[in-house]
Design a protein around this ligand. Sequence first.
Ligand code: OSB
Ligand code: MG
Length: 368
Amino acid sequence: MKIKEVTLRHLRMKLKFPFTTSFGTFQDRDFILLEAKDESGNSGWGESVAFHSPWYSEETMKTNWHMLEDYLIPALLNQEITHPDEVSEVFSNIRKNNMAKSTIEGAVWDLYSQQKGVSLASALGGKKSKIEVGISIGIQETASDLLRIIEKQVEDGYKRMKVKIKPGWDVDVMREVRKEFPDVPLMADANSAYTLKDIDTLKALDEFDLMMVEQPLASDDIIDHAKLQQAITTPVCLDESIHSYEDARKAIELGSCRIINIKIGRVGGLSESKRIHDLCESHDIPVWCGGMLESGIGRAHNVALTTLSNFTMPGDTAASSRYWEKDIITPEVTVTDGYITVPDQPGIGYEPDVEAIEGFTVEKKTFR
Ligand SMILES: O=C(O)CCC(=O)c1ccccc1C(=O)O
Ligand SMILES: [Mg+2]
């Protein structure tokens, strides 16, 4: 296969509800959508999960646009590719910028599976026909607001509740949640809001029988997390700290976590996600698929990845309607009794809604 043409679009979509984490609040979602065309004129789609601002990681929508326009697209255009795993070789002399790389690699995976006539899920080696999903709930004004939201999500069937925490919104809040929902599968995500000085607070979370605490310490750390994991009974899950197979290998070797959240963009694409998945599987480390407030395109890639066997814990890939008044794929991603049915059509399995995409487009550029 050869990529003959790439179109970048800057989209701006309004989130239904503001989403607050320990590092800031998201209201609008600005992101890049990438369409790659092969020699037969088929289109493959990829989404950059980089945010407008460098809060979650150093990458932003603009750094991704720059990397794609000036390095990644020129490197890949007209190159003969027989398998998407080769994309990372084409980019091997370009350091990091994983979310930018993943944007175009995802589109190549979509094209590849269309050409093979199989779903992206089965091209990746996934076997599940439905996947179990949970939901991530941002920091609220009051604990009672949080409790009402959890009540609604439990009613809607979501399989586990993830509550965002930060200093001052942690132990007391989790205690209230546990009191009202003693049996609900529950976890907390700190997005790096703590240090080892807060060890007593983090130890106090052990009382709530959490499935895990996600990324409590620094976004680039695996040493202190290993110390923390020694000191608490709640399993530590790493998100921000894992950018590659090598990071995962070292974290497992050090005992920095017992669970890993895989985000396709953060690790540079689906091929690397699969390698991390396989490594974790061989070490009995369960994985789950994280979310980045994606539109339908990124969401479809997450659904496909989650069909791999070691995705044994519910991920953050909730229904399109949780985020958007109108998504950019048809059908939208829907959740029934906590499950998403995996599409079996070739490629990502959802149809990009080009009219809706054009409606959200702020800027567009085509490269040949
Ligand atoms: O619903 C989602 O897409 C996941 C929401 C979420 O938890 C999140 C959202 C923005 C940035 C980081 C994270 C995270 O998983 O840490
Ligand atoms: Mg997280």
